[in-house]
Design a protein around this ligand. Sequence first.
Ligand SMILES: [Zn+2]
Length: 319
Amino acid sequence: MEKLFIGVDIGGTNVASGLVDEEGNLLQRDKRPILADVSQKTSLRQIVDGIRAVAEKEGISLKEIDGIGIGSPGPLDPFQGVAFSPVNLPTWGTVPLKRIMEEELSVPVTVDNDANVVAVGERWKGAGREVDDFLCVTLGTGIGGGAICGGRLLHGFNGNAVEIGHITVDFNGPRCGCGNYGCLELYASANAMARRTRQRIEREKPESLLTEVEQITSRTVFEAAQRGDKFALEMFQETGFFLGVGLVTAINLLNVEMVALTGGLANAGDLIFEPVRRTILERGFPGVKEKVRVIPTELGEDAALLGSAKIAIDGGVFI
Ligand SMILES: [Zn+2]
């Protein structure tokens, strides 16, 4: 009989679950609020209910599920399956996700970080399916990354490899929440672009459609850029340049063949990809920079469901 798995994508607002077969077909889905601001217990209940719901929709019991893969915001230990006070899940503290879910559901559970599961999903069924050396970068509130090297997901000794949002792009830069200074995500995340736009408008008072400073988000900058607003276009050029600088470091370290970008800012298309690609060509390592492809991801929200299920299919981080 065909084996079935459930992939789970835990976010700060919602938890999504998907029933996935070994070929990577998404057979059923569920999405519900995670309610992490209410309590840890409530949000764990929402995760369990979502998992049960996808099995029910298929008319099967959890006994027929061969494994559950969970993608969770970090920091976490994928070897033990423990999450440590994720910023977006304020009531969580330290949560032994693997143990709790296995006790509750009696199904083997694997846990990995949200950026890693997206990378695995895109490499399995999306943008990276042709390549063995693949970097996937998520441009959201912060910047996350996952890398496949020689066909294997890179974890590092305790599961924190490819924290690309926290590589230094300016050693004299501002302090980051991680303790380092001038981290990439302070310059090139969606939040960072919105913040820098607000600061420059207040300081330089440029001619721009963006006048309501308090209302500025990466989306309003995008909308202004689409209408040809020169200042908004400049903000995208600048953000793409910063991101390109960070990616050059990552590419020089990992020698990946492809970089796929996902998350809010990646949806801005050429506005972000053009300055990123140009910066890589200007600054990358000879023999590499001309060959590395920088493209958008293909699977959207499904990447995390497929990737977390794929990690469960492969038996987790120990394989
Ligand atoms: Zn940092």
